[in-house]
Design a protein around this ligand. Sequence first.
Ligand code: 1CP
Length: 342
Amino acid sequence: MNDTFLKACRGEKTDYTPIWIMRQAGRYLPQYLEVRARGKGTFLDLCKDPARCTEVTLQPVDIFGMDAAILFSDILIPMEAMGLTLEFQEGRGPVFPNPIQSEKDVEALIIPDPTATMPFVLKTIKLLRAELKVPLIGFSGAPFTLATYLIEGGSSKVFLQTKKMMFQAPELYHHLLEKISRCTSLYLQAQAKTGAQALQIFDSWAGILAPCDYARFALPYVQSIISDLRRMTDVPIIYFANNGSTLIEHTVTAGADVLGLDWRINIKNAIMRVGNHAVQGNLDPIALFLPEKDLKNRIKKLLEDARGAKGHIFNLGHGVVPQTPPEQVRIAVDAVHEFSVR
Ligand code: 1CP
């Protein structure tokens, strides 16, 4: 097995800088769109079909030579297992038609047994481990990010309902977050037990919080999940707080091995502030639209800037966008491998 990615997560010396990219299996890949169309059904049906999930997880590894695979699923799958109705509407993204508004709604949420309620995820992990020659990353959403979808009923711009609940009904908010955290903790433990070799926690919306609110309403739940995980597994844990450069003093206390960085911060500057952590990132996803020469120069500079890190996993600063030409992804992967050879 090529374990370069795992070594970089642990801060061990590697022969070159490993790369994978967030949302690497997805709509920018014609091969993904083909599999998605083949089975008919919705995006959720795809997430529950281990054979097709395995196939699309393998695609970017086989096509580009990524140094890690990320399980194909979605952060909202366990929220459905908690008893909520979840729909993915074309062009609108995820929708929860019955958002969480009251104590009664929170009481009704169940803490699902992952083996009983999400067997398709664990089956996919087993199928993937039999095929893969690079490490498999399992993942979840962070409790705060998951809560925004449950409270808003879907995606949001200003997160009015979420912040109103925090500020006006903090007990209700904390009760909801406790339940989401317990579900997430069990879900990640099950992934590690089944064969996931690293775990990433996506806090996609952390950056919309003031640091004082992040410290009170988001961070403690990530800390509690990670401390649960530490008791049962030593797989590396990556915590990605998107738009989180204003939160680094807090995110370093989450307990993760690796901090994911978005592109809004210079990586050299971030490395000075992250202490004893490896870092993952942080090319602007839209930089993949640069002309080839400029893209390569940009990657070379990023690799140089990251040299002082305890470990560096090259990635985008957030997910690859669907309009990205796959050829540009190939150029980026090859450039990282070529320029980082030690
Ligand atoms: O039509 C389609 O094919 C659906 C598009 C899609 C895909 C490919 C969605 C809907 N989810 C996914 C897969 C997915 N989602 C993966 C596995 C693929 C990979 O990384 O290779 C992962 C890791 C996620 C994680 C995810 N889902 C996040 C965290 C990462 C991030 O981008 O910040 C979030 C916020 C979601 C929710 C979600 N699912 C889908 C959409 C369109 C959204 C975002 C909606 C929004 O902006 O609020």
